[in-house]
Every structure is written in C-alpha cells, then in structure tokens.
Design a protein. Structure first.
Length: 214
C-alpha cells in the first residue's frame, strides 16, 4: 500500500461519516483533548481552525485562550508560520480561516494540535498531501509535544510515510487515545486478528483505540 492509496482510503472513510453524529464525536474528542492539555500544563499551544470534516475544536480554543497563548497557522508560501490567535479571522486559500499576520517570529511552543487524515505504524502523519506541516515543524526551536486529532480511527500498522513526515506523540479519536509507547503484548479480536497493543503513558489513563487497521 502506498501513502497515496492510504490517504485516498482514509478520506473516503472520513467523508462517509454520518453528519448526525459529528457533534457527539467532536464533543468526546474535545473533552479528551482538554483533559490532556490540563495534565500537560502547556502554556503555548498551536491549534488549528477546523474546516470540512475536521474535528471542531473551536470550543476548546475558546477555553484555552482564557489562560494560554494560542497560535494558528498563517499561510506563507508553500508552508505556514504561526501567529497569535486574534479576531476577526479572515478566510484565505483552501477555505482556511486565519488571524491577521504578525511581523514577529514565533518558533517556540509547548504543544501542537494537528489534524490528520490518517497515521501509519510509526504514528507519522498523512495529511492532504501539501506538506505544509512537514515544512513548518523544522522551523521550530524544539519539537513540541504533538497531538494528532482525527474524527475516526484511520491507521495502518504498515510504515507508508517518509522520514520527514510529522510524527505524533498521541492520537486522539472519538474512540480513545493511542500513544507511541508499544509493548510486545498482542490482543486477539473476535475475528482472530492479532494487533500490537499500545499503552498510553502513565499520566494519560484513557481507553485505548483498537479500531480496525489496514
């Protein structure tokens, strides 16, 4: 399976989700996200303004802005830079909403919240194929704790991504949380499939996500 084929399959799955359950799914993800951010005590956070079938985290952003420094991506050529979240937002290319530009350079954050189309076996990101996050992350002083957000689980245990693709620390879906910490324990499903079991770090005591993989 190529990364392109996997992306196509994930997009089909995401677009096929029932609109009637979107609010419920998004609320579960926001609740988990807010709990994790509270445990991390992150002060500087890069978020994203949702579009289309992406998880709607706007309520979480509103809560975070009361006490934290929240940034959003600002399109800059083939990549983006991050700028402080200020209202009103303007609709730009690809239907993305952005704050006003800032001439100050920001390159240090504690946490990055990143939307994903899919993830591979090493928890590397499959996005829309434009590579903007892949170009942005090397511009940061240090790698932030990276949280991937996904409406439903779409993951392959194969390694289809490239080394330069962004790697997450946690993946949050409406079914729970996955982390990069692996064990040798295997779980056998009712259909007889064996899947590597993954544990979330001690500070994240959440339900693991064992959705069907590719």
């Amino acid at each position: 399976m190529s990364k392109s084929d996997f992306r196509t399959d994930c997009l089909k799955r995401l677009k096929g989700l029932s609109p009637s359950t979107k609010n419920y799914r998004d609320a579960k993800i926001r609740s988990t996200l807010e709990t994790i951010l509270k445990k991390l005590d992150a002060q500087k956070i890069l978020a994203f303004w949702p579009m289309g079938f992406e998880v709607d985290i706007r309520k979480s952003i509103k809560i975070l802005r009361r006490e934290k420094e929240v940034y959003l991506p600002f399109m800059d050529g083939v990549s983006f830079k991050m700028v402080p979240l200020r209202y009103p937002l303007e609709r730009k290319a690809f239907g993305i909403y952005e704050p006003r530009d800032s001439y100050r350079k920001y390159n240090l954050i504690d946490v990055a919240i990143v939307p994903v189309v899919g993830v591979d076996g090493s928890l590397r990101r499959v996005g829309f194929g434009k590579g903007m996050y892949d170009r942005f992350f090397p511009t940061l002083k240090t790698k932030p704790f990276t949280i991937f957000i996904q409406s439903c689980a779409c993951r392959t245990m194969k390694h289809v991504c490239d080394d330069y693709d962004v790697q997450g620390d946690l993946l949050i879906t409406s079914h729970g949380v996955q982390s990069m910490r692996k064990t040798n324990v295997k779980r056998t499903s009712r259909r007889g499939w064996n899947r590597p079991r993954q544990r979330v770090g001690r500070i994240f005591n959440f339900k693991k996500d064992y959705r069907r993989t590719f």
